[in-house]
Ligand binder design. Structure first.
Ligand code: FAD
Length: 495
C-alpha cells in the first residue's frame, strides 16, 4: 500500500488545478428528471418522512441549478465527496446555480424540517457535507472568482476551491491565506478558520474576510461585514457552517510575487528526534515570511522519517539567509529547497479530487513543543503505511487577532498537530479508527482544543472547543438558527 503523508493527501485534491476557473459540472437536463413516486427522507429529528412527488417536481422546476434524486443520472457522482470512507445516500441533492437557488433549498428544508447538509468543496474528513436521507445543498457550481484591483479584494463563490482563487490572484501577483491543498473548498476552510502557507504572515483565511453573503435559516440573504450584521460576521469567522450558507466571500489580497523559495528536507530514522527538536526550535524563532511544517511519516526505506517543509515568501536573498540553518542541519537524505512558484507549492501533491481510500484524522492545538511531547513522539509514535503525523504552524500573524475578536479562539497555539490515518481496504475502517485513536491517546494530553475543520464529533461536545466565545456563539445560534437546521458541522446548539 502506498504511504501518504498529509501533504500527499492534499495533493489528492489537486485535480482541480487542471480545471478552468468557473468549471462547468455536467448535469442531466432537468426535463429528463421525473420522480416515479414520493421520496423517503429523514427529518432533523431523525424520524422518517415522505416528500410528495409533486413537491419534488415543483422544487426541481424552481431551481436554475440541478436537483438529483436517487436512481437519477448524476446522483451517484454528486453524492461522492473527498473521503472514500463516506458513502451516504441523501434524498435530494440541490446543486445550486445562484443565491436564489440556495434560498429555495434552505426554505424547502426548513419548511419540512429535513436533515440538511451543505457541501462546499466536500473535503470534510468526517463527511459533514453529505448526509443520509436528507437534502444536500451543493455549492460546487458557485465557484466564480472576481478580483477588484482598486480594493485588492476577491469575491469568491461559496463552492470555489483553493485553486480557483490562487490561479486568479497569482495572475495579478496577489494572494490570500488559503489551505495547502488545492481542491479543498474555500467554504468550510474559511468558516472554520483556514490555515495555510500564508497564515503566519497574513493570518487565517477568516482573518482576511472583508465581507460575505450568507443565506440564513429563515431564507434571508444577508451581507455580513464589520459594518453590516457585525454579530453574524463575527460568528462566521471560526464558527463553521453553523450560521447559514455562505454563497460568497470577499477576501483581502496581499502582494505575493509568483516566485518563492520552498521545498522539504527529509531526515532518516536515526535523526527522527533531532529533527523534531530542530523544528520545534525553528518554528518559535522563524520570521513571518517563513512558514515551516513538520511531517512524520514512513520513509522510503520503511523506517520512520521526519521531513521539514518550508516556504519563504519574502525577498529571496533574505530567504536564503533565513534558511541557512535549515540547510546546514543534520544529514538529510533529501533536500528539495529551491526556487518554485507559489502555485507549484500550493499544488505540489495534486491528485484526484475524490480519494478512493479511507481517511481518518485526529488533531489538536499545541501551545508549546514541550520536552514531554517531543519525548512521546520520538519514543512512541511509529509512522507506517497507514499512519502519519503532520504539524501545521499556527503562530505568527494568527496570534495578532485577540481571542474574542472573531469566533475562532485558538490564537495562542504554535501548531495544529494532526495524526492522519489512511488505508485502502474499507474492511479495516473500524480497526484503523481504533488504531489512530490509540495513538492519539498518547499525545492528546499535550493539546488544548481542536480545529473544528478536522475532527469528527467530540464525545465531550464542541462547547469547550470554542473557548470563551461559546456563550456568544450559542446565543447567536438561537437568534439565527433556532431549529438548528445547520447542524452537520462542529455543531453549536442554540442556547
Ligand atoms: C486533504 C485535506 C487537506 C486539508 N488541508 C487543510 C489546510 O491546509 N488548512 C486548513 O485549514 N484545513 C485543511 N483541511 C481541512 C479543511 O479546512 C476542511 O476539510 C474544510 O471543511 C474543507 O472545506 P470544504 O468546503 O471542502 O468542506 P465541505 O466538506 O464541503 O464542508 C465542511 C463543512 O463546512 C460547511 N460548509 C462548507 N462550505 C460552506 C458554505 N459555503 N457555507 C456554509 N457552510 C459550508 C459544511 O456544511 C460542513 O459542515 C484539509 C482537509 C483535507 C481533507
Amino acid at each position: 500500500m502506498k504511504r501518504r503523508t498529509f501533504c500527499e493527501m492534499t495533493l489528492l485534491a489537486g485535480a482541480a488545478a487542471s480545471l478552468p476557473l468557473g468549471r462547468v459540472i455536467s448535469a442531466p437536463s432537468q426535463s429528463s428528471q421525473t420522480e416515479a413516486a414520493d421520496l423517503r427522507a429523514v427529518k432533523l429529528s431523525g424520524a422518517e418522512t415522505m416528500i410528495e412527488r409533486a413537491a419534488v417536481r415543483d422544487f426541481r422546476a424552481s431551481l436554475r441549478g440541478t436537483l438529483f434524486s436517487p436512481g437519477q443520472q448524476g446522483y451517484d457522482a454528486a453524492r461522492r465527496i473527498w473521503n472514500g470512507m463516506i458513502d451516504r445516500h441523501p434524498a435530494l441533492i440541490a446543486r445550486c446555480a445562484d443565491v436564489a437557488d440556495v434560498v429555495r433549498a434552505v426554505t424547502f428544508a426548513r419548511e419540512r424540517e429535513l436533515l440538511l447538509a451543505v457541501r462546499g468543496g466536500g473535503h470534510s474528513f468526517p463527511g459533514y457535507s453529505m448526509c443520509d436521507g436528507g437534502l444536500v445543498i451543493d455549492l460546487s457550481s458557485m465557484n466564480s472568482v472576481r478580483l477588484q484591483a482598486v480594493t485588492q479584494t476577491a469575491h469568491v463563490g461559496g463552492g470555489a476551491w483553493v485553486v480557483n482563487v490562487d490561479a486568479a490572484t497569482q495572475k495579478e501577483g496577489l494572494a490570500t491565506t488559503l489551505g495547502q491543498i488545492s481542491n479543498t473548498g474555500v467554504g468550510g476552510l474559511t468558516l472554520g478558520g483556514g490555515f495555510g502557507w500564508l497564515s503566519r504572515r497574513f493570518g487565517l483565511a477568516c482573518d482576511n474576510l472583508v465581507s460575505a453573503q450568507i443565506v440564513t435559516a429563515d431564507g434571508k440573504i444577508r451581507r455580513v461585514s464589520e459594518k453590516d450584521a457585525p454579530d453574524l460576521f463575527w460568528a462566521i469567522r471560526g464558527g463553521g457552517g453553523n450560521f447559514g450558507v455562505a454563497t460568497s466571500f470577499e477576501y483581502r489580497l496581499h502582494p505575493l510575487p509568483p516566485d518563492v523559495l520552498a521545498g522539504h528536507i527529509d531526515y532518516p530514522a536515526s535523526q527522527f528526534k533531532d529533527a523534531i527538536e530542530f523544528y520545534a526550535d525553528l518554528i518559535t524563532k522563524a520570521p513571518r515570511e517563513l512558514s515551516v511544517d513538520l511531517s512524520l511519516a514512513r520513509a522510503a526505506d520503511g523506517q520512520p522519517g521526519a521531513a521539514i517543509y518550508v516556504l519563504y515568501t519574502g525577498d529571496s536573498k533574505a530567504g536564503s539567509k533565513v534558511l541557512e540553518p535549515v540547510q546546514r542541519f543534520g544529514k538529510p537524505v533529501k533536500n528539495t529547497i529551491g526556487p518554485k512558484t507559489y502555485l507549484a507549492v500550493q499544488s505540489q501533491f495534486d491528485g484526484p479530487p475524490v480519494d478512493p481510500s479511507n481517511n481518518y484524522i485526529k488533531g489538536g492545538f499545541v501551545r508549546e513543543y514541550s520536552a514531554g511531547l517531543i519525548e512521546v513522539l520520538a519514543r512512541d509514535f511509529r509512522p507506517d503505511d497507514r499512519i502519519s503525523a503532520f504539524f501545521q504552524s499556527a503562530n505568527g500573524a494568527v496570534a495578532d487577532v485577540p481571542q474574542t475578536a472573531t469566533a475562532f479562539s485558538h490564537r495562542n497555539a504554535i501548531a495544529n498537530m494532526m495524526l492522519l490515518g489512511h488505508w485502502d481496504d474499507a474492511s479495516y475502517n473500524e480497526q484503523g479508527r481504533a488504531m489512530l485513536r490509540a495513538n492519539w491517546d498518547k499525545v492528546a494530553a499535550f493539546t488544548d482544543g481542536y480545529y473544528v475543520n478536522l475532527n469528527d464529533a467530540d464525545p465531550k461536545g464542541t462547547d469547550h472547543n470554542y473557548g470563551p466565545n461559546f456563550p456568544r456563539l450559542a446565543a447567536l445560534k438561537r437568534q439565527f438558527d433556532p431549529l438548528n437546521l445547520f447542524r452537520l458541522n462542529a455543531n453549536i446548539k442554540p442556547a
